[in-house]
Design a protein around this ligand. Sequence first.
Ligand SMILES: NC(=O)c1ccc[n+]([C@@H]2O[C@H](COP(=O)([O-])OP(=O)(O)OC[C@H]3O[C@@H](n4cnc5c(N)ncnc54)[C@H](OP(=O)(O)O)[C@@H]3O)[C@@H](O)[C@H]2O)c1
Length: 299
Amino acid sequence: MKKILIIGGSGMVASRFIVLAKDRFDITSADEKTLDITKSGDIEAYFEKNTFDTVINFAAFTNVDAAEVQKGDEGGLVWKLNVEGPRSLAKVCFDKNIFLIHISTDFVFPGNEKNPGPYSEDTALPANSEGIGWYGWTKNKAERVIVDSGCKYAIIRYGYPFRADKYDLKLDWARNLLNLYDEHKMYSLFTDQAQSIVFIDDLVNPLEKIIDEKIEGVLHIASENTTTPHESGSYLLERYAGKPVEIQEGSMVEFLKSPGRTPRPRLGGLKVEKTEKLLGMKFKTWQEMIDEFITQLNS
Ligand SMILES: NC(=O)c1ccc[n+]([C@@H]2O[C@H](COP(=O)([O-])OP(=O)(O)OC[C@H]3O[C@@H](n4cnc5c(N)ncnc54)[C@H](OP(=O)(O)O)[C@@H]3O)[C@@H](O)[C@H]2O)c1
């Protein structure tokens, strides 16, 4: 059984991944308390004592609006966790010949009219931060740092992950919508934002193959088609409520016009054809992912 270290194992995506993958690998899970990746000395010391075939780095500063407050601060926690942490991990993985899987996002792209998605695995990573928020820019930098390190790596991008079993520390987009509906607090959803989503359970088979075969490069694991928050939200709530649910239409273009908004991809999303071909797998559509989410909720 392959020995794997999962960094950020207590997080929303990784904790579900670990439950589903625990019988397939010999997994060690680390979080901030057990291995603080902002401390390069701690990483070196940890890897002197422990060996792994593969490291998966799920850890990141993921609150997009809170990250924006640190915009431009290369001494701040967002930079340290999202860029310097991956840099130190890539160095140790290079030195010790460990396969590094680093988790990323389509927020590395601006998703604007000038450079719209959906992006392919081969789309050039923007070299400047125009139109990209600080979270996305630090994730963009992390990808570069890993590529430049010379280590054996796979960079996995996905967007808008969601899971059926409850995660107490934060709400994913789907759970948030169910709560808003139950509490009669539903607000309008954007009809002019393109996005890919991913049911977290659907990460497991592709990641297993990537780990087993040490498949390198930039890979996208996401719904096969893109959607909008209004379209996927209406579909989700109709299946949840068992009847059509009227949701007001909102505009992200208008939303982003208000001062102080954090830049986020409006024309985002990820193409998956190359990854599907490489892995010999077909990913689900966003509708099939939501169907599976509802099936699990009801079981
Ligand atoms: N959530 C999304 O919508 C989304 C979308 C696309 C991509 N992603 C990417 O997916 C990955 C996982 O996201 P998530 O939302 O599941 O994350 P999350 O729930 O915010 O979890 C973050 C994890 O990072 C750990 N961490 C924080 N500071 C650390 C440190 N200094 N050293 C080591 N670990 C530290 C946390 O541990 P503690 O609990 O101990 O602090 C936690 O386990 C991230 O790389 C993110 O960029 C997320």
